[in-house]
Ligand binder design. Structure first.
Ligand code: GUN
Length: 306
């Protein structure tokens, strides 16, 4: 890596988790119960299983009670809707997270639409998406883009007036990321696989967010001198096709590295030569996403009981 300063996601996530711990202790003291997060995993996807395990561990770290629900891949949409209905009406549950992707055959939209918007800690429900578009203050915002904004704030990067280029247009990252930057007065360009002269557009970015899921796609010469580069990518490179999130699991990281796998982002590390600030992979955006999930759970808990 060149001259860019690395943005330490683990450090900032640790700070967020500490804040949440203090606030969740206060919540528990005031309300007589801890904030609660229900985590629903359907099927056997190994990557999803790792994600869910880490989320449940984070709950333990910051005094949030976790309710883990594991259902077989054969679960029907109706059965999952029934579970969500129960979680929606359970007063000890403040947040409901359904790990994606769901097995084929389950109607994902129908499931996400059935989660009580007040418990929608992923921010995927149409009410929360609408509130985000409007810029409402009482809104649950998707965790990854929210974590990216916190990283920019911690590093003193003000998006106001800057040209922010977001590569990727997913509902989970790209679209909400663009909106958050827009609300902070950036001039925002959303790019995607069909964008003409993608490299050229990226070169005009003061803030470049890569969230496409293509290993090392953003090359060093796509980055303007002094730009801030945020790499949301999580791709595994190496023998076979181990799910990349397994590599993000700190407990198993060295294990997988020994077998020759590496976790790489969407941005070539060479981009650090021209950037002023850049997020590493792993240890950048990943830990922030999980920390913000805890923050959203606490937010939902407070709003529900205020
Ligand atoms: N799968 C990949 N990212 C996410 C996320 O942010 N939330 C959920 N629920 N599932 C995911």
């Amino acid at each position: 890596m060149g001259n860019a300063k690395l943005i330490d996601g683990n450090l900032i996530a640790g700070k967020v988790l500490q804040e949440v711990s203090a606030q969740s202790a206060e919540f528990r003291h005031d309300r007589g119960r801890p904030p609660g997060l229900a985590v629903v995993l359907v099927g056997e996807d190994p990557a999803s299983a790792v994600y869910v395990r880490m989320k449940i561990r984070d709950c333990g770290l910051c005094g949030i009670e976790s309710f883990s629900h594991r259902l077989p891949a054969t679960t029907t949409t109706r059965e999952l809707l029934d579970l969500i209905q129960r979680l929606n009406s359970d007063d000890d549950v403040d947040g409901v997270l359904v790990q994606l992707p769901l097995p084929e055959g389950i109607d994902t939209k129908k499931i996400l639409d059935s989660i009580d918007p007040a418990k929608d800690v992923d921010g995927f429900h149409p009410s929360n998406v609408g509130r985000l578009v409007r810029g409402d203050s009482q809104v649950l915002v998707p965790c990854t883009p929210s974590g990216v904004m916190r990283m920019l704030d911690e590093e003193g990067v003000d998006p106001k007036g800057a040209h922010a280029v977001v590569v990727g247009r997913s509902d989970i990252v790209g679209k909400p990321m663009a909106l958050l930057l827009l609300h902070r007065h950036a001039t925002v360009t959303i790019c995607h696989s069909r964008t003409r002269d993608l490299a050229e557009v990226c070169r005009t970015a003061d803030i470049l967010v890569a969230a496409v899921g293509r290993p090392l796609m953003v090359q060093a010469d796509w980055v303007k001198k002094g730009a801030v580069v945020i790499d949301v990518g999580m791709n595994s490179l190496g023998p076979g096709d181990a799910p990349s999130v397994i590599l993000e699991d700190p407990a198993r990281q060295s294990d997988f590295e020994k077998k020759g796998y590496t976790l790489v982002g969407d941005v070539s590390p060479e981009a650090g030569k021209s950037a002023s600030l850049i997020t590493p992979v792993p240890g950048g955006v990943g830990p922030m996403t999980r920390a913000v999930l805890m923050q959203n759970t606490l937010k939902a808990a407070r709003w529900r009981t205020d």
